[in-house]
Design a protein around this ligand. Structure first.
Ligand code: ZN
Ligand code: ZN
Ligand code: ZN
Length: 415
């Protein structure tokens, strides 16, 4: 049909009616596949093999999953060593000992002793190497956690539980080693025979043999090594964080760098005489302002600048004169209303109401709609008296907030 050809509405309708008369043969052959069953097996025990899913996302998660998978492998290896120790049965009692130096088959007995015990001794050697490796790895992880930057970062609970399993593994292995005297007896039988035959001729294997005897003979060797290694890790409580101020009503179109540049350039009267090192300032984050064109940046600055800014209460930023006030370093989660983490890192599934503590947002609170008095969820969790609960979870009067605020501020240097 060409485009120019006109079709009237009645023509079109009658064409559709004609379709009704079209006969559709009903005896079409029906082709159907034979039914087959699908066996579905869920496998949750992948030890993070599917971590490549993070490859296009956040690199640090793939890293964390890799670390976690390695740790789990070490734990499994440790378990195998524990089984080895637990099921160890004394071999040396079954082995005949030469009674005197003149006994003619002495060499033969020693040769056979070495032959029989060598594979068992190798297991003990592997066990010693393993605990060295595991202790080194465990302390490496603890050292990483103690790093000042890492301490501000999120650490997953699963990872911490895995580290807890390491502590457990060390204790189990140590106790098994302590109580299995058959292990030590078998090793000294082997060692006597090997020394007689001079099997261990090079200095390195002699040294390893000496190390292994000491390792097996020393009670609590594994735990003591872990303790010594942990004590050497340098943990410093960060007590010299810079204080914060919140500036109100800055134009949101400025970049963080521009905000800092403007403050530096326009407030000579406040900054006069401040030494260069104390001029440090950086926008940590922005709080939303009522006016959508504006924002309230939170700025981290030197104690000297904090004193001058909070005393002045006003600074120039861009085209405006903005008020400045002290900002608490305490972080409160907007989802669960707890302290010390932000909404992005919150582990709770459901919103918590700032008014009544129920499972809804403060905006949808039925109790608030009925003008009922608030009930602070944080004070409820802390089991305060019912008379101390009558405020919202954002209230500055909240005793829990004041407690955590004090803790957060104790790390900040204000003067
Ligand atoms: Zn939270
Ligand atoms: Zn509510
Ligand atoms: Zn409260």
């Amino acid at each position: 049909m060409s485009v120019s050809e006109k079709v009237s509405l009645s023509d079109a309708l009658s064409n559709v009616d004609v379709l009704d008369e079209l006969t559709l043969p009903d005896e079409q052959p029906c082709i159907e596949a034979a039914p087959c069953s699908i066996l579905y097996q869920a496998n949750f025990d992948t030890n993070f093999e599917d971590r490549n899913g993070f490859v296009t996302g956040i690199a640090k998660y793939i890293e964390e999953a890799t670390v976690h998978a390695n740790l789990n492998e070490l734990l499994e290896e440790g378990n195998a060593h524990a089984v080895m120790l637990y099921t160890w049965r004394c071999c040396s009692r079954a082995i005949p000992q030469p009674r005197s130096n003149e006994q003619p088959d002495r060499v033969h007995i020693y040769e056979r002793t070495v032959q029989v015990l060598a594979p068992e001794v190798d297991k003990l050697l592997q066990f010693m190497y393993f605990q060295r490796k595991a202790i080194e790895r465990f302390c490496g992880e603890v050292r990483r956690l103690c790093h000042a930057e890492k301490r501000r970062d999120f650490v997953s609970e699963a990872y911490l539980l895995t580290l807890g399993k390491f502590v457990n593994m060390f204790a189990v292995l140590d106790e098994l080693k302590n109580m299995k005297s058959s292990v030590k007896n078998d090793y000294s039988t082997y060692r006597r025979a090997a020394q007689f035959l001079k099997v261990m001729s090079d200095s390195q294997s002699l040294q390893e043999s000496q190390n292994l005897s000491m390792f097996l003979a020393t009670q609590n060797k594994i735990r003591d090594t872990v303790k010594d290694a942990l004590e050497k890790i340098n943990v410093r409580e960060p007590t010299n964080q810079d204080p914060l101020v919140c500036v109100r009503g800055v134009l949101a179109c400025f970049s963080n760098e521009e905000i800092v540049d403007h403050i530096r350039a326009q407030n000579g009267h406040i900054l006069d005489g401040v030494d260069k090192a104390s001029l440090r300032m950086k926008v940590r984050y922005r709080k939303r302002a009522r006016n959508p064109l504006e924002c309230n940046p939170v700025i981290e600055l030197s104690p000297e600048l904090w004193k001058r800014f909070t005393k002045n209460q006003k600074i120039y930023v861009g085209f405006g004169r903005c008020s400045v006030e002290d900002q608490s370093p305490l972080v409160q989660c907007l989802k669960c209303l707890g302290y010390g983490h932000t909404k992005a890192l919150c582990k709770e599934q459901k919103d918590v109401c700032s008014h009544c503590g129920g499972e809804h947002t403060g905006r949808d609170c039925p109790s608030k709609a009925k003008n009922e008095p608030p009930k602070c969820v944080n004070c409820t969790r802390a089991k305060k008296n019912s008379s101390d609960l009558v405020h919202t979870a954002y209230s500055m009067e909240c005793q829990e907030r004041q407690k955590w605020d004090g803790i957060a501020r104790s790390r900040v240097q204000y003067c």
